[in-house]
Ligand binder design. Structure first.
Ligand SMILES: Nc1ncnc2c1ncn2[C@@H]1O[C@H](COP(=O)(O)OP(=O)(O)OP(=O)(O)O)[C@@H](O)[C@H]1O
Length: 259
């Protein structure tokens, strides 16, 4: 089977600064891939190139290819807005729109893409997305209350509901639990396991236990020295990376000898 995502010889720049160099990576459908590595090695930068969010920063650009189902996202004629609809993103800090209700938050992404949706269709979409994000039972009686009135963990699941309401194929998560308490973190981790049957997930995490708990594959990024570009050192099944990595740098990082 060919991979869903295939990154080929990717170099990632901020202006003239080469932040990440020569990444080659394949990601299969319906898997969770964790990206780990020391601060500044380019994990978030790399993640944002998977849905063309990197280029929204002035001067930021990419060389090489990111292919999804064989189509290069950076090819001529590819619409970045469509790319971001198919490849959703969940950020570090839960960011519901504060003045919108819970239901409006779920619908926010869809309303950007489509003009008219009937009330009954809206209700259906809201319920399905909130159920999909394991939040329905907690909020079904207060859908008109502001999204900002929820706990941090509930807000993050609301953001996941907003992401899945648009029906993406791939969900990118940039440290989605770093602002959450342990119980909310477990709720989001459980949710990721459930989402895997429908979506393909790539998550950046600082938390190695989290990578070991949730992911099928783990990629280790590293930095030779400050000011040098980050690199993907290796990517393999998560059990191999944590128990028997092929590179010494990976082993040192996993065993806490640096980073
Ligand atoms: N907007 C930006 N403009 C210029 N350089 C940037 C920008 N964002 C990140 N960088 C640089 O790119 C490199 C990679 O940063 P990035 O945030 O991707 O690393 P990271 O591995 O995700 O780090 P962390 O784990 O601390 O979040 C760093 O040298 C960083 O300073």
């Amino acid at each position: 089977m060919s991979p869903l995502i295939e990154v080929v010889n990717e170099n990632i720049y901020y202006g003239n600064f080469l932040a990440v160099k020569d990444v080659n990576m394949e990601i299969e459908e319906h898997t969770i891939t964790a990206l780990i590595g020391p601060s500044g090695c380019g994990k978030s930068t790399f993640l944002r190139t998977l849905n063309r969010m990197h280029e929204v920063i002035p001067g930021a650009r990419v060389e090489g290819e990111v292919k999804v189902e064989g189509v290069n996202l950076y090819g001529a004629g590819v619409d970045p807005v469509q790319v971001r609809r198919k490849i959703g993103m969940v950020f570090q800090r839960p960011n519901p729109f504060p003045t919108m209700s819970i239901a409006e938050n779920v619908l926010a992404g869809i309303k950007l893409n489509r003009r008219r949706i009937s009330k009954s269709e809206q209700d259906e979409i809201v319920e399905k997305a909130l159920r999909g994000a394991n939040l329905w039972n907690e909020v079904k009686d207060r859908l008109e209350k502001p999204g900002s009135a929820l706990s941090g963990g509930q807000q993050q699941r609301l953001c996941i509901a907003r992401t899945i309401a648009v029906k993406p194929d791939i969900i990118l998560m940039d440290e989605p639990c770093s602002a959450l308490d342990p119980i909310s973190t477990l709720a989001v981790e459980d949710l990721m396991q459930e989402l895997k049957s429908e979506y393909t997930i790539v998550i950046v995490t600082h938390n190695m236990q989290q990578a070991a708990r949730v992911s099928d594959r783990t990629g280790f990024f590293n930095l030779e020295a400050q000011g040098k570009p980050g690199q993907l050192v290796e990517i393999d099944d998560t059990s191999v990376i944590f128990e028997n990595p092929s590179q010494k740098a990976t082993e040192d990082y996993i065993s806490g000898r640096f980073g």
